[in-house]
Design a protein around this ligand. Structure first.
Ligand code: TYM
Length: 333
């Protein structure tokens, strides 16, 4: 860790195969920021238990997510790539912070409301206190910046409030983190239902594109993407949510503005546009898929990264927990 660099923390849940939304909203920025910051990128396995998981699958998906971090271009020597459950401080700080978080705040979280509707038979306490664990993740490393998609903004605001509240009682302890939310990639929507976000836990496979989807599947999914009855390739989230989502995806993948996309396809047909979007996404993901296949086949290498980085992360996290324990009045051992 370089002392004059600021710190980043972010995480992804190994709760399913990662989508294009995860890539454009988060992972791609993890890579872009890795030289400028000291980065902690976590596989947040503890968060996944809020929804029932198959243990064997969870383990496999945790390795897969680490392999994907590497395949996307994260350098394991530059970044601390680790598993949340390997660092016990996350659970410890989460308990303390939970005592500085109000029930009212947690019940206003839209993700809690959404997930408790979708999993009405399992509205567990973990689902409710999930944002406290997320605050602990971030605050443990005194993170300055948190790259996330737009759906996590509300959780980050809560983490900021908790940090400020704690600091107000005990003096400067936590850094109050800033979100880093990309422009066009911040909210990639479902291809079939563009009024909801693209999600790895969706049951309809045509709603999402996976980072690991083969080229022909990607192109087919974009071909099937819903558009609207008009004929113009124009950005308008309310009137043309399907086309607007495709414009966003293309702009994000090509690193151009929405206006550039409108200009490029002015007078063009939906079918040709959808083909171009599909091909550009497939081209972007192809090299990642190749590297992924290599990394996932080398478990020994993945395990060595996890072991090494768990130690690095623990060092920082444990020192924060000691500081917090001392401030709240525990006797240090
Ligand atoms: P998760 O695992 O749902 O998603 C990982 C990251 O991908 C972003 N994302 C999207 N971005 C754009 N469009 C989409 N359709 C889309 N879907 C997902 C998410 O915003 C996220 O950045 N609670 C977090 C994980 C977490 C975390 C943290 C993140 C736990 N602790 C601390 C940052 C800092 C989550 O469930 O992300």
């Amino acid at each position: 860790m370089t002392p004059d660099k600021k710190t980043i923390f972010s995480g992804v849940q190994p709760s399913g195969n990662l989508t294009l939304g995860n890539y454009l909203g988060a992972l791609r920025n993890f890579c872009r920021l890795q030289d400028e910051y000291n980065c902690y990128y976590c596989v947040v396995d503890m968060h996944t238990l809020t929804v029932r998981q198959n243990p064997e699958e969870l383990r496999e998906r945790s390795y897969a997510l680490l392999a994907l971090y590497l395949a996307c271009g994260l350098d394991p020597d530059k970044n601390v790539l680790f598993l949340q459950s390997h660092v016990h401080s996350h659970a410890e700080l989460s308990w303390v912070l939970g005592c500085y978080t109000y029930m009212g705040e947690l019940s206003r979280m839209t993700q809690f409301k959404d997930k408790s509707q979708r999993h009405a038979d399992n509205i567990n306490a973990g689902l409710f206190t999930y944002p406290v664990l997320m605050a602990a993740d971030i605050l443990l490393y005194k993170s300055d910046l948190v790259p996330i998609g737009a759906d996590q903004k509300q959780h980050l605001e809560l983490a900021r409030n908790i940090a400020e509240r704690f600091n107000a009682v005990y003096g400067d302890t936590f850094v109050v983190p800033e979100p880093f939310i990309p422009g066009n990639g911040a909210r990639i929507m479902s291809l079939q239902e563009p009024d909801k976000k693209m999600s790895k836990s969706d049951t309809n496979v045509n709603n999402f594109v996976l980072i690991t989807d083969p080229r022909d599947v990607i192109i087919k999914k974009f071909k099937k993407a819903v558009t609207d009855s008009g004929a113009e390739i124009r950005y308008d989230e309310n009137e043309k949510p399907g086309i607007s989502n495709l414009i966003n995806i293309y702009a994000s993948v090509k690193d151009v503005t929405r206006q550039d996309v409108e200009k490029e396809f002015e007078g063009g047909r939906y079918g040709d546009f959808k083909k171009a979007v599909g091909e550009s996404v497939a081209d972007t993901l192809a090299p990642i898929q190749e590297r992924y296949a290599e990394f996932i086949s080398d478990k020994t290498y993945l395990e060595s990264i996890l072991r090494r980085n768990a130690e690095k992360a623990s060092e920082k996290a444990e020192s924060t927990v000691r500081e917090v324990y001392e401030k709240v009045g525990f006797i240090l051992k």
